[in-house]
Design a protein around this ligand. Sequence first.
Ligand code: PRP
Ligand code: URA
Length: 220
Amino acid sequence: MAREAKEFMGMAANVTVVDHPLVQHKLTLMRDVTRSTKGFRELLNEIGMLLAYEVTRDLPLEPVTIETPLVEMEGRRIAGKKLVLAPILRAGVGFLDGMLSLMPAARVAHVGIYRDPETLQAVEYYFKSPSDLADRTVLVLDPMLATANSAVAAIEQLKRRGALDLRFVCLLAAPEGIAHLQQAHPDVPVWTAAIDSHLNDHSYIVPGLGDAGDRMYGTR
Ligand code: PRP
Ligand code: URA
């Protein structure tokens, strides 16, 4: 883990940096400006899978009796209702397939938000979720946590619809974004592949990877 991250982590007990070598390797490939749209999307999908593994590490298990071909035994399965994956459109969708391949029965809540490029405020345009959010763990997905205006608004919407147990998963976080998210929603822990240096004058993450949605979909 980078030194800066460690120092930042000292202040932010609720942040986990997933510094697994596979994640860091793939993240570096993604940051590279020469990476193709196809390559960028594939890597985001793969990192989504690896982050899903980490963010679900402490899910509670319950005993279940099964029969193997040889004997009856007590196995363990994940307790409670299926998780909800809540991607923030558009870029959050890049995590979805990778995560669903590990958790195929998860429910999906789509949260349509973009940040206004001038004001940087979150603009909400779509929301559709399962109705029983209160009974489920919700993983809010967005590769980029910059000012955190989008994440804060998405979590507010999910809480308004009843969500009580939320986790935020991203690829890159700015220190400013983590501070804002933790101040607004101190109950929501964060998983990220890296904490970058700072936001530039346009509130882009530096060194970052540019505009995640544009790089995923080949738009501009
Ligand atoms: C990007 C990104 C986050 C947001 C982060 O989305 O995917 O949702 O910006 O910035 P913030 O932390 O300062 O709010 P964008 O607004 O570009 O929308 P898009 O995914 O539809 O392109
Ligand atoms: N949104 C992005 O896609 N990238 C950034 O660096 C900041 C916000």
